[in-house]
Design a protein around this ligand. Structure first.
Ligand code: SF4
Length: 199
């Protein structure tokens, strides 16, 4: 994601770090789902209809930058500000994969039903999506070998934030980050438009 107004700011660093992390997640989950025959049913978006993800400050900044500067999607931004429902405010049934910000979606959305996890006994397992009824993925898998887990990437994600990756509901934190970025962008454009001083 190339965000010219954020050049040299902490937002630019966040975007670069998260882009690297998300690249690694995509490669790892693609290999995992291909190896174990896991796929979502075509056209399904049930998880997003009934779920609001918890995300970090960095992830909220990433999505906000994507919405404001890459997508420039005022309709989705307005919808976010007005949201008071129980599903994800970024869910849109008429978009590919049903997500308004699919390339910038947060970590949990990339890992859900696409990776294994460690349970409280230290076992590594995969459990299918709770909404999946079309049998496009196994219900349970147990692993002795090393496989990609949610925890592997969660630790990396949390190391990017100085508050150790405190999680907030997307619908609560994203409007704040949008306002912050809109403010930064307005300051930059104001400074750029000022007449240079002539000595
Ligand atoms: S951010 Fe996108 S993928 Fe994640 S729950 Fe919302 S609509 Fe679904």
């Amino acid at each position: 994601m190339n965000i010219p107004v954020c050049s040299g700011t902490y937002i630019e660093e966040i975007i670069a770090s998260l882009a690297n992390l998300y690249d690694d997640v995509e490669k790892a989950t693609h290999a995992f789902t291909a190896r174990y025959g896991i796929a979502c049913p075509p056209g399904c978006g049930s998880c997003c209809e009934h779920f609001i993800p918890d995300i970090t400050h960095s992830e909220a900044a990433y999505i906000a930058a994507y919405l404001l500067f890459e997508l420039k999607d005022e309709e989705t931004i307005e919808k976010l500000y007005r949201h008071n429902g129980s599903g994800c405010p970024l869910y849109r049934s008429d978009t590919p994969f049903h997500c308004s910000v699919y390339p910038a979606r947060p970590l949990i959305c990339r890992l859900y039903a696409s990776s294994a996890y460690h349970d409280k006994y230290g076992k590594t397992l995969f459990r299918s999506c709770r909404y999946e009824e079309a049998e496009t993925m196994p219900k349970y898998l147990y692993f002795d070998e090393h496989v990609v887990t949610m925890q592997d990437f969660a630790y990396r994600l949390r190391s990017l934030d100085c508050d150790r990756g405190r999680l907030s509901l997307l619908s609560e934190i994203l409007p704040d980050l949008l306002k912050q970025l809109q403010f930064i962008a307005s300051l930059i454009s104001h400074n750029d438009s000022e007449e240079p001083l002539v000595g």
